[in-house]
Design a protein around this ligand. Sequence first.
Ligand code: G3H
Length: 496
Amino acid sequence: PITLCSTLIGGEYQKFPGDPVTVYSPVCAKTDNGLQQIVLGSRPAGGVEEAQAALMAAVTAYNEGRGKWATATVGYRIACMERFTNLMIEVRDKVVRILMWEIGKSLSDSEKEFDRTVNYIRSTISALKELDNSNSRFQIVEGVIGQVRRTPLGVVLVMGPYNYPLNETFALLIPALIMGNAVVFKPPRFGSLLFAPLLEAFRTAFPPGIFNVVYGKGEVVVPLLLESGQINTLALIGSSKVAGHLKKLHPKINQLRAILGLDAKNAAIVLPDADLDLAVSECLVGSLSFNGQRCTALKILLVHRSIIDEFLEKLLHAISKMKIGMPWERQVMITPLPSQAKVKQMRDYIDDAIGHGARILNEGGGDIAGTFFMPAIVYPVTPSMRLYREEQFGPIVPVTPFDDIEEALAYVRTSEHGQQVSIFSESPEIVGRLVDPLVNQVCRVNINSQCQRGPDIFPFTGRKDSAEGTLSVTDALRSFSIRSMIATKDSTAGKA
Ligand code: G3H
């Protein structure tokens, strides 16, 4: 078990009152006496004092004088980040193991998540070198000499999601830190222990107070932080509802910047001339990898009625071959969900759909061993069902037939979300006609492939309530900074 008694604040490990909180794995053991939860360890209780200390440390560190973090050279910040990366790599195996046990992500996906994170940091460093070169030169324009700089935003509250607790958290943390901001970090409820082996790397690599962690309950510490008015930026990947609520807590909402990755209901549109084997395999992986717990997952499949029977037959065959198992098993796609509450949520979606006339086409829809949920193909999903519009964020594949492409386009156009869409067709003319209207409704159109965030050099964002600001390597450097300038009049202007 991992016992984490203190948190990192102001460059020191600090303890606050309150009994440690036990952390359980979603992987349950089934015994004769029912389900037995596996204890992974414990983390600090945290709370009000912890949050106040973290905030004060971050504000103080940000306001420190010349040459400190916020005003340090880019070269210094990069050197700290490189040091951090080397230290992080030393604890790879520990972090990967905890990630797997803590959120039930397969071992191979946990390894990929770690390695992708390291690559993300390295790419960020390269991108910053280029950005810095192009931004720090002097310009003389109409009698004004100016030097434009990328300057930090201030104190950033970073909150990552449970599904990518390392990678997506770092997609916020790394650009925030490297651009000179000070961070207060609230780890996700599922996925907090995996930071334990990383705390020492943060403590060693960065100046005190630049990175501070609060473990207290979100409903206690987050309002306190935001209501203080001293958080300049809310950087969150999570639900649109939570983000909307949090933003309102800041006393001056127009002074709070927000960099948000939020809800999505990405649709696949499968056209009559699609390569059905390709479409089915992309749709299956797109809908169900890591139990469908990806913001970029396909959350509804819109299939032309003329091919629906064949499509469903192939989909059923493919899903029957899919591996369900424990996270450490090879090539497993469906693993335990993080909690029994999540299982119930999935059950409620299924009950609602069945109550409105849909059927489960495979053996799915039930729970096994507490936190497992058998993936379910639900058909036909109609507008009266919650699954038609709501983001299920779990192992359910809703399928809806359409007769005219206009119906599918209208689905995307009238959605409250606007992250991505996938289209499947073998005709360049048809694809060509659809791409332009679609890319004006969402932020990424995938042709004959599932939706996804990477490669991380590409912009990652969304329209409507799916995002605010843009993430990914280069864009995030811009999102976490402001172009400011130093200017003076050119006294030689007009003189011979
Ligand atoms: O949960 C949302 C993630 O951004 C998904 O990322 O497409 O790389 O799995 P991914």
